[in-house]
Design a protein around this ligand. Structure first.
Ligand SMILES: Cc1cc2nc3c(=O)[nH]c(=O)nc-3n(C[C@H](O)[C@H](O)[C@H](O)COP(=O)(O)OP(=O)(O)OC[C@H]3O[C@@H](n4cnc5c(N)ncnc54)[C@H](O)[C@@H]3O)c2cc1C
Length: 382
């Protein structure tokens, strides 16, 4: 039976991450954002709490958490800072997640312990300059030569692109088979021919690294083929089903952080001789944000619960992400409105929250892509 409350262990996890975020992230988040600094020194601290190997089993150095746990962690980090939430979500869910999903024992033993303990950062490359929503159109090509694969092409918008150590790259191995001709490969930083391209300057999530990657005749040993040949897209869809729960949780956390800031501000700010919170117009904005975020929380809980049951949750992840991203954006927007002119300044964290939250409507499938996934299920074309 599903419980609408956090279990005892979930309560402890939530409080631990909340305390950590308040102490280790909140005091620096504005500076990291303004300086566009990747907070490398935070990684060992996140690892100490088990947050760099959340779903990895304990025997591989991980914390063996459930998807519900992961959702709580991402939500709590995002309440304070979207960039750190995105870094942790991408490292765990995408890079490390793909190795855990499709890796053989040797690959897991070689890569997961160092990823799970934060010694290495994981990245995941699907998107290319000419293929985003239509990810199956990836042009990065891998050709087999003897016992090696030779990779040529490029990726863009890669989280941890320039600070990563281990990269899962999706490449076309059988172009004539389109999406059924993609395969995943594990690459390591510093491999000959593998270079980091442009650092991408973004609207938000400034403290999360986003870069282009280039591959020029990169030799990948055949033991670094991840998963079955031509099975990369099927595995990718599973990675995205789970990843979307994290992005939904990120939007929820950003929205909740903004709602809390707006509520506190509304109680303190006085105009016309009384707190602005005493006006029904302000109360209704708070009430709408609270209601929409409560709904997001339930959708996320359902998708995470199905994931933990080992059941398919494509539809549920997409509904959770679509709703949470929009609810988060609206909550951030209302929070700025409640702050008035101060909300439009960098002095208050709500403007950063809105910039960070916009990513949740784009990354791991735009709102339109989520609607496509949901509609395909409705009309029986999934
Ligand atoms: C900060 C950030 C981090 C990211 N991290 C990663 C990462 O780590 N790894 C990775 O592989 N990728 C990453 N991405 C890429 C992200 O997943 C893509 O940006 C996203 O999937 C959209 O692709 P696109 O940008 O090419 O947009 P496009 O696909 O070009 O879409 C442009 C617009 O057209 C719409 N559109 C496209 N097709 C349709 C259609 N059929 N019907 C209706 N509307 C449509 C889209 O919804 C969008 O509004 C990241 C992106 C950002 C911004």
């Amino acid at each position: 039976m599903i419980d609408f409350e956090d279990s005892e262990s979930e309560k402890i996890l939530r409080q631990t991450v909340r305390d950590f975020a308040k102490k280790e992230i909140a005091p620096h988040a504005r500076k990291w954002d303004e300086e566009e600094t990747f907070p490398a020194a935070l990684i060992p601290k996140l690892a100490e709490l088990g947050l760099m190997g959340m779903k990895a089993p304990e025997e591989l150095g991980g914390a063996g958490m459930s998807t519900q746990d992961v959702a709580i962690v991402i939500e709590e980090l995002a309440r304070v800072d979207g960039s750190v939430a995105l870094t942790v979500a991408a490292h765990n869910g995408l890079g490390t997640g793909h190795i855990l999903l499709a890796g053989n024992d040797a690959q897991k033993k070689k890569y997961v312990p160092n990823l799970a303990t934060g010694k290495w950062l994981g990245a995941w490359g699907l998107t290319e300059p000419s293929s985003g929503s239509d990810a199956a159109g990836a042009k990065t090509r891998a050709v087999k030569q003897g016992d090696k694969w030779i990779l040529n092409g490029s990726k863009t918008f890669i989280t941890q692109g320039s600070v990563g150590d281990v990269y899962v790259i999706i490449a076309s191995t059988s172009p004539e088979k389109k999406q059924h001709g993609l395969t995943a490969f594990i690459l390591e930083k510093g491999q000959k021919g593998f270079t980091v391209g442009k650092h991408i300057e973004k609207m938000g999530c400034h403290a999360s690294d986003t870069s282009e990657l280039n591959f020029a005749d990169v030799e990948v040993p055949e033991e670094n083929q991840l998963g079955e040949l031509d099975h990369g897209f099927i595995d990718t869809l599973q990675i995205l089903d789970r990843g979307r729960i994290s992005i939904a949780s990120m939007a929820l956390g950003l929205g909740l952080g903004a709602l809390e800031a707006a509520r506190n501000y509304a109680r303190e700010r006085k105009q016309f001789g009384r707190a602005i919170a005493d006006n029904q117009a302000i109360q209704f904005m708070l009430a709408d944000s609270a209601t929409e975020l409560e709904a997001a929380k339930l959708l996320i809980k359902r998708a995470a619960w199905l994931s933990d049951q080992g059941r398919r949750h494509t539809y549920e992840s997409s509904t959770a992400k679509l709703w949470a991203a929009q609810a988060g954006m609206r909550a951030c927007d209302r929070a700025i409105q409640i702050h008035g002119g101060y909300g439009y300044t960098r002095e208050f964290p709500v403007e950063r929250a809105l910039r960070d939250c916009k990513l949740c409507e784009i990354g791991e499938g735009t709102n339109e892509v989520q609607r496509m996934v949901i509609a395909r299920h409705l009309i029986g074309r999934a």
